[in-house]
Design a protein around this ligand. Structure first.
Ligand code: AMP
Length: 144
């Protein structure tokens, strides 16, 4: 059944990735879809004066390697067959849109933290990504 041919899973560094990967894996099984993964490494915002020279190259490389290892472990754990793994630098909504626009992705699976109360007014990645998305999107409910 070819309803979704290529699913993109968006994972951050939180434990919510487990639930998202599990669910996306099941959906891929049902629809016999290809699976790809994206993890976006957000800019390091360190508030120092401009006259303090900082070389963050090593730190960025370390973050990149750790993300790659974590994703590799999760893929093995859930026995997922992954087409492409994107580990990119930038802002999650922009980078996720870019991959969707540049490829044949027809479903995005990501987590929704369902923030309430005072946090209702803060931005969430799922809301940001939903604006302007050009494919279907499934926001997996994450238990707090
Ligand atoms: P948030 O609104 O930041 O709690 O994130 C909601 C969901 O968006 C997460 O569960 C992930 O599926 C996705 N997400 C958040 N940050 C990233 C990121 N840096 N890279 C890829 N996906 C992300």
């Amino acid at each position: 059944m070819y309803i979704y041919k290529h699913i993109l899973i968006a994972v951050d560094a939180s434990p919510s990735a487990t639930a998202i990967l599990k669910k996306a894996g099941k959906i891929a099984e049902i629809f016999d879809s290809k699976l790809s993964i994206i993890h976006v490494i957000e800019p390091l915002s360190i508030a120092y004066g401009s006259d303090v020279p900082l070389d963050l190259t090593g730190l960025q490389e370390e973050i990149f390697q750790q993300a790659r290892e974590k994703i590799k472990k999760a893929i093995t754990k859930f026995n997922l067959s992954i087409e492409d793994t994107y580990i990119v630098h930038g802002y999650p909504d922009q980078e996720i849109h870019q991959i969707i626009n540049d490829t044949d992705i027809d479903l995005l699976v990501l987590g929704s933290h369902g923030k309430g109360g005072i946090l209702f007014f803060t931005s969430s990645t799922s809301t940001d990504v939903m604006h302007g998305i050009t494919c279907d999107m499934l926001a997996v409910h994450i238990e707090e």
